[in-house]
Design a protein around this ligand. Structure first.
Ligand code: GSY
Length: 186
């Protein structure tokens, strides 16, 4: 793929300008999906804003922004984390491709497994969808262990985050200033 806008290439999932939209308009149900975005390298805020902007009109809501203690991996800087709610008819694998394209657009190079990264984008949940394949599991298999996922997810979908599950999860999370253009949950 070239450097054009995310989702703006022939054969890519999604429409130009609407990468999480569905090329087969109307053929599949539109579902609520939640992506977890994290950054701890470079201009973290800018990277998150650009990634969310490039998801296009499928974005329904963005959580508060959390500065979070790194979970796993080597000694590294704190992350900024958000969760984004989408309304999308993309099949899970096409949505995964969108996530990978956002990471590439942020200049992510996959080096150390749990190491620092400009951008990480994970599918956390899609209403009514389960996938259990080696490279894709939905719901995300570690979501219930991670406060950096659960705290922003609870902003948008509290019914998916029971209090006792949140209490057992790991890591410190602090709400910080919202992203420009995204005031956070209302
Ligand atoms: O799995 C997402 C990348 N990641 C994160 C993250 O986004 N936030 C925090 N706080 N710790 C993390 N460890 C990894 S790996």
């Amino acid at each position: 793929m070239t450097d054009g806008p995310v989702g703006d290439g022939a054969g890519d999932p999604g429409r130009a300008g609407d990468p999480a939209g569905d090329p087969a308009d109307g053929a599949r149900p539109t579902r609520r999906a939640f992506l977890s975005l994290g950054s701890n390298l470079g201009d973290r805020r800018r990277l998150l804003v650009e990634a969310i902007g490039s998801l296009g009109p499928s974005v329904v809501a963005v959580s508060s922004v959390y500065e979070t203690e790194p979970v796993g991996g080597p000694d590294q800087g704190r992350f900024l984390n958000v969760v984004v709610e989408l309304a999308t008819a993309l099949p899970p694998r096409d949505l995964l491709a969108v996530c990978h394209r956002l990471e590439s657009a942020a200049g992510r190079v996959r080096t150390e497994r749990w190491g620092p990264r400009t951008l990480d984008v994970d599918i956390v949940w899609i209403d009514g969808v389960t996938v259990d394949e080696p490279d894709l599991q939905i719901p995300h298999p570690r979501m219930h262990e991670r406060r950096f996922v659960l705290a922003p997810l609870a902003d948008l979908a509290p019914e998916l985050v029971p209090t006792e599950v949140y209490d057992r999860a790991h890591g410190t999370v602090d709400v910080v200033e919202p992203l420009p253009g995204w005031p956070g949950p209302t």
